[in-house]
Design a protein around this ligand. Structure first.
Ligand SMILES: [Zn+2]
Length: 333
């Protein structure tokens, strides 16, 4: 699978788009959001986060409560700014936006982009292999999230040194997810693992996990039936590090943001160790066409070509830039 978050614009003629102003207006073709509110999405930050406003507001409020570093807050607030429309000179009719991005683990837009890149980079590693999902959890107790995350990391490292693991698991990637029980207020961090290798009995892996943790025996192993399952799995655990419930819990969200500081959310191991799953050069050879506000202006003038480009970009996932969205390295915050 290549990284193809873009869609052909069927009514755009081949070749580099000219975007010459048209003599006639075609209001009926105006994108509704522009027609109804000419100022809408003028700010490309708003456009980038149009599907994630609720999460974004919650995180910004949390940053304020925990007094997050100013540089982090500014990067978060500026994610999506300075957007340019880009086109692919080798494939006429394909468009994307490039902008500043924050790469913050609590940014759903960057998370969605990260998931897309990881999915694309995983596909060749999984081709022809039997893939298994493994979930490792710790026993429920009243321990702090910070301590639980320390333990989970240490125990997973210890497990990977045991013969039961090295004899059966060739390599893989582990995604860290944090949950908190509404009922008990207890933290439940998990590792969700995509792995390749041989069949391993659940009982054997459970016993090994109990041996290294001393108190935890819940291990889930599932064989993956098709690559769509992997795509869904990766999307689910890469887009954001916690489920929606945590974003409604101010104290919980604050604790999670602090406890995850500097921790890896994506860890490769075994024969995949060192694989750069977040490597992204999607827009490497793409060419800037015009600033985002200029495209909107042309849309408002009824420029059908600009409208077609707008629709393509709106329909498709955002590809922000061609720098790596690397989350395998622990960030400085
Ligand atoms: Zn972002």
């Amino acid at each position: 699978m290549s990284i193809t978050p873009l869609t052909s614009v069927s009514d755009t003629p081949p070749g580099v788009p000219s975007l010459d102003a048209l003599e006639t207006n075609v209001p009926s073709l105006m994108p509704p959001v522009v027609r109804e509110n000419p100022r809408a999405h003028e700010d490309s930050c708003t456009f980038r986060h149009r599907m994630h406003q609720w999460h974004r507001k919650r995180v910004i409020a949390a940053f304020e409560r925990i007094m997050a570093h100013e540089s982090r807050v500014l990067a978060y607030l500026g994610c999506g700014s300075g957007a340019w429309v880009m086109y692919d000179p080798s494939e006429p009719g394909k468009f994307a936006l490039r902008s500043d991005t924050c790469h913050d683990r609590w940014c759903p837009a960057c998370g969605k982009q990260r998931a897309m890149v990881i999915r694309a980079n995983l596909e060749p590693l999984l081709a022809g292999k039997t893939v298994r999902f493994i979930t490792l959890t710790l026993k429920h107790d009243d321990d702090t999230l910070r301590h639980k995350l320390d333990r989970l990391h240490q125990h997973f490292s210890a497990l990977r040194k045991l013969a039961i693991w090295t004899d059966h698991v060739d390599g893989g990637v582990a995604f860290l997810e944090v949950k908190k029980s509404d009922a008990t207020g207890r933290w439940h961090p998990h590792y969700h693992i995509v792995s390749v290798g041989k069949f391993v009995k659940q009982e054997q892996l459970r016993d090994a996990w109990l041996a290294v943790t001393g108190d935890s025996h819940v291990v889930d192993i599932r064989v993956v039936k098709d690559t769509a399952q992997v795509a869904g799995y990766v999307t689910k655990y890469c887009t954001k590090p916690a489920p929606n419930e945590l974003f409604r819990d101010d104290a919980g969200l604050d604790e999670a943001i602090i406890a995850l500081k500097g921790r890896r959310l994506v860890t490769t191991f075994g024969c995949w160790r060192g694989t750069r799953l977040c490597k992204n050069d999607t827009l490497r050879d793409w060419v800037p066409l015009m600033p985002w506000p200029d495209l909107l202006k042309r849309c408002r003038m009824g420029d059908t070509e600009a409208i077609a480009i707008y629709k393509a970009i709106t329909r498709d996932s955002w590809v922000a830039d061609d720098t790596d969205v690397d989350d395998s390295r622990a960030p400085p915050f």
